[in-house]
Design a protein around this ligand. Structure first.
Ligand SMILES: [Zn+2]
Length: 611
């Protein structure tokens, strides 16, 4: 007997998709006497059974009766999460984008036994966000992150317009899965392109902005994205604010699939307007932000956000507007009345490079900085706040295959339980290099699982993933993954493993990324004996699972990625030129840059053309 699916009264798009997903997985398995006769999908809008203070949002509950199962949720996205939760209980696993592992016969007996019956399954964080910086999304990636219960994707405006914004298939896939879009990120110039305005209105830009001197670039020029423009806007100019807001409104109208925009200043901040009216926006223009040591501009910035928010929200009632706190606007302003209070705002906190895997938010040496910003913001802003991590940002750390589940977990526990942050985000900058994604998918898997339940142990998480990758050799895979995990834990450096190597003067001139590419090499973290150990675990798993095609596929990707790491680790820049050329050629064959070169490619180029 196959269960009959009974959907709620008036399903929407996500509800329809949830039904179809359930049907798809049930149809793959033969009839089974242990299966319930019917599965009801039930929306309980106000979810009254919840303990006070808990919001159901994307949560779900499985209610089993003698011969039926009811999946209850507060909204359709919760139903979809519940369906994926059920499918996992039945034995299906989604370890890697585009790869899934389902048993021939769904295990209804075990599903019912191991299910936490009649208890709400509530996510730890309201929004579980992935920030795709320069990566182009693929259908298999979207399908995967839907199964990982991610509910928001963030993209810079200049990336979005060429990626999801221009590809109906991807936008549809996101909408089916109830994954919201958050577009904007760094770059005032993206919303107010100097190419269009600077000739007539140079006064709309900050005093130091190149537009004031008649120099400007295409806003969407990938070589120089507007997010890195050297100057901000003249935030005291009312006509500028009106036009800026109109452009935001037009964007919302052109892209009804987007309901959240993030309005962050240009990256690395600085470049604020120094006209008299702008300086008057700051209660104390000379007050230094402890994060950067430069004059704080949080009052000017938030005043601007508040005005844009008011204009936009009057036209687009369901718009959500995100403001940021980082760099020289990381601490709240003296005049706290400019801090947004309405619930259409979303707060975003970042500690610049201090939220990466090597600089855990909650680590003791980092706490003073965090305490001076995050806790104050939490007290001042009543709405939803998320923090961002660099959990899959391998572009910056070069050749390090990170599996630091323990660090992600510690960050989340600190942010949620101690500070009261209610949403979470991570950068996925790494993924522009295919081979790096083959490492960092573990981090993304861990991130998503922990964002759903931040109290899970890393051991149980990595065990679950190892079993999904390779059931027959789960122990070897687990030991491979957890060895990386332990490396992050045991590094003796007081900064948690970070080794800062100052770029030399020539490197700074050669590349704007030079301060990035010198960050950390795997060789700083790992010795030859550990490399051998890691290699043994991986090759053992590969050798003993030749008949398991899913395991072979994932393990081959992991092995190739590991090989790149090994070769880069062993590379000797002082070796004879023939040797160097051969070594670099071998690495290049394994490394495919998807969109933009990133740190690894920059290093290879440097090795090829030593000065
Ligand atoms: Zn100004």
């Amino acid at each position: 007997m196959k269960p009959q699916i009974i959907a709620m009264d008036s399903p929407d798009r996500v509800g329809d998709f949830a039904c179809a997903e359930l049907r798809k997985y049930l149809d793959r398995s033969d009839s089974d006497s242990a299966a319930p006769a019917k599965i009801e999908l039930f929306i309980q809008q106000n979810a009254l059974n919840l303990p006070s203070g808990e919001s159901p949002l994307d949560g779900f509950m499985l209610e089993w009766a003698m011969s039926s199962l009811r999946i209850v949720a507060a909204r359709p996205k919760g139903l979809l999460n519940g369906i994926y939760g059920l499918i996992e209980l039945l034995g299906c696993r989604f370890p890697f984008p585009g790869i899934e592992r389902c048993p021939e016969k769904l295990d209804w007996v075990n599903a019912r036994k191991s299910c936490n019956e009649n208890t709400w399954n509530i996510p730890s964080f309201n929004h579980r966000i992935l920030h795709f910086d320069n990566m182009r999304l693929t259908p298999e990636m979207i399908d995967w992150i839907g199964k990982l219960r991610i509910n928001m994707i963030q993209q810079p405006l200049h990336v979005f317009v060429k990626d999801i914004g221009a590809k109906l298939e991807l936008a549809n896939m996101l909408q089916d899965r109830g994954i919201e879009l958050n577009v904007g990120c760094h770059g005032f110039d993206n919303w107010l392109p100097p190419k269009r305005y600077a000739a007539d209105h140079p006064e709309w830009y900050a005093t130091c902005h190149a537009a004031r001197r008649g120099e400007f670039h295409e806003a969407n020029d990938e070589k120089l994205p507007a997010e890195f423009a050297t100057g901000q806007l003249c935030l005291s100019n009312r006509k500028m604010i009106a036009e800026f807001s109109e452009n935001v409104i037009s964007f919302f109208r052109e892209h009804p699939e987007v309901r959240t925009i993030s309005l962050w200043p240009n990256d690395a901040a600085g470049g604020w307007c120094t006209c008299r009216d702008c300086l008057a926006l700051e209660p104390d223009p000379d007050r230094l932000d402890p994060q950067t040591g430069s004059p704080s501009r949080s009052a000017s910035y938030l005043g601007f956000i508040g005005q844009v928010g008011k204009i936009v929200h009057a036209e687009i009632h369901d718009a959500r507007i995100e403001f940021a706190a980082f760099s020289d606007f990381s601490t709240p302003p003296l005049n706290t009345r400019v801090v947004p209070q309405e619930d259409y705002f979303l707060g975003f906190l970042v500690d610049d490079f201090f939220g990466c895997l090597f600089h855990g938010h909650g680590e003791s040496w980092n706490r003073d900085r965090i305490e001076t910003s995050h806790r104050k913001w939490r007290a001042l802003f009543p709405g939803e706040i998320y923090a961002i991590g660099y959990y899959a940002d391998l572009c910056k750390v070069m050749d390090i295959p990170i599996v630091f589940t323990t660090k992600i977990r510690a960050d989340m526990a600190y942010l949620k339980d101690e500070i009261g942050i209610n949403s979470i985000n991570t950068l996925v900058v790494c993924a522009n290099l295919d081979y790096l994604l083959n490492f960092s998918f573990v981090n993304l898997y861990s991130y998503a699982a922990l964002a759903w339940n931040h109290l899970r142990s890393s051991e149980s998480l990595l065990n679950e993933l190892a079993a999904a990758i390779c059931p027959a050799q789960r122990d070897s895979v687990y030991r491979y993954l957890s060895t990386w995990d332990q490396l992050g834990e045991s590094n003796p450096d007081k900064h948690g493993g970070w080794v800062w190597i100052e770029p030399d003067e020539q490197a700074k001139k050669d590349s704007p990324w030079s301060s990035v590419i010198h960050f950390l090499r795997a060789g700083d973290l790992i010795d030859a004996a550990t490399v051998t150990k890691l290699e043994t675990f991986l090759s053992k798993a590969r050798t003993h699972t030749a008949d398991d095609l899913i395991a072979q596929k994932i393990l081959e990707r992991m092995s190739n990625a590991f090989l790149v790491f090994k070769k880069m680790h062993a590379f000797d820049p002082d070796a004879p030129v023939e040797q160097r050329t051969t070594d670099i050629k071998q690495i290049r064959e394994l490394v495919t840059p998807r969109v933009f070169p990133g740190g690894t490619m920059a290093l290879l180029e440097k090795w090829e053309n030593p000065t």
